[in-house]
Design a protein around this ligand. Structure first.
Ligand code: F6P
Length: 326
């Protein structure tokens, strides 16, 4: 195997706070090892259209604290086609790039898995998504910041809910994964949490709210993951309103606020560790794998395994959430 001396880095899928810290770690680790680094703009889309530029150490200064991604991101349909991937490969060849670090979520890994096999091209994945649904790592970059943002928002809603004695349904992100909802619910002391992984029992919620009404508990906060099977916060609030018309019910959708902002200390640490580990892995000849941290240790998981499994919610956390809300 010939020694790698030119690598590229891209961010793909939904952005996540800490992606910049990961890009910085990739560039700084690679330049330390005398590699040339290229940044690909707009993920796989930019790889196809040749939006590739040299990144030096100084180009990644003053970005560790910034949310979003300096490389921009995209979800590319073209990369799902053989022709698109061939063009992407040709672009990499034009620049003499011999290895790639792909920062993103499951969609990013799926694309990387096909590409790495099709062209026998070394790729290492780095988990970057606020959803925390990626198998092979305890946490993905951006999750901690998103949860902190959501909890800060819920704390503020709690003040006004308390003052006006209102019932609030607060929707957080997570189409397929309840990590943000569960952690936000526990961390903000919410009365009930609706996840995508469980149906959530609206009848039970209504009966609890009736009892609480009799006990003169005057406000309540319910966290709803956008992917709950009953619908989002609006739909659940409408069902409850029909049964409890006397409750002063409000809905807040936190939405994309959760995707932005300066990364927390945990996300900066995780992103730096994983960016560093990704370059180290490429240099050791690893390919077709994603880096992650499990129980404090850096681990590698084959893309095929990572995309066929999910990071699952901890059942104890789900029980604990119920008990603490009683
Ligand atoms: O995957 C991250 C995520 O923020 C999900 O939680 C959410 O469902 C989705 O992206 C939203 O995607 P978009 O920004 O494309 O609307």
């Amino acid at each position: 195997m010939s020694k790698i001396n030119k690598i590229a880095v891209l961010t793909s899928g939904g952005d996540a706070p800490g992606m910049n810290a990961a890009i910085r770690a990739v560039v700084r680790t690679a330049t330390y090892h005398d590699l040339h680094v290229f940044g690909i703009s707009q993920g796989y889309h930019g790889m196809i259209s040749g939006q590739i530029n040299r990144l030096e150490r100084k180009d990644v200064g003053n970005i560790i604290q910034r949310g979003g991604t300096i490389l921009k991101t995209a979800r590319s349909m073209e990369f799902m086609t053989k022709e698109g991937r061939q063009q992407a490969y040709d672009s990499l060849q034009d620049f003499g790039i011999q290895g790639l670090v792909a920062i993103g979520g499951n969609g990013t890994y799926t694309g990387a898995n096909i590409f790495t096999e099709e062209f026998d091209f070394p790729i290492i994945g780095v988990p970057g998504t606020i959803d925390n649904d990626i198998y092979g790592t305890d946490f993905s970059i951006g999750f901690d910041t998103a949860v902190n943002t959501a909890i800060e928002a819920v704390d503020k809603i709690r003040d006004t809910a308390d003052s006006h004695s209102r019932l609030f349904f607060i929707e957080v992100m997570g189409r397929h994964s309840g990590f943000i909802a569960l952690y936000t619910g526990i961390g903000s002391g919410a009365g009930n949490i609706f996840l995508p992984e469980t149906d959530g029992n609206i009848e039970e919620l209504i009966s609890v709210l009736k009892k609480e009404g009799r006990r003169k508990k005057l406000f309540n906060l319910v966290i709803v993951a956008e992917g709950n099977t009953n619908g989002g916060a609006v739909e659940i609030a409408n069902i409850v309103k029909k049964e409890l018309p006397n409750f002063d019910t409000k809905v807040t959708v936190i939405g994309h606020l959760q995707r932005g902002g300066s990364p927390t200390a945990n996300d900066r640490m995780l992103a730096s560790t994983l960016g560093y580990a990704a370059v180290d892995s490429l240099l050791r000849g690893e390919r077709g794998k994603a880096v992650g941290v499990q129980n404090g240790k850096i681990v590698l998981t084959d893309f095929a395994e990572a995309i066929s499994k999910e990071n699952e919610l901890n059942k104890d956390h789900m029980n604990m959430a119920r008990i603490l809300a009683m």
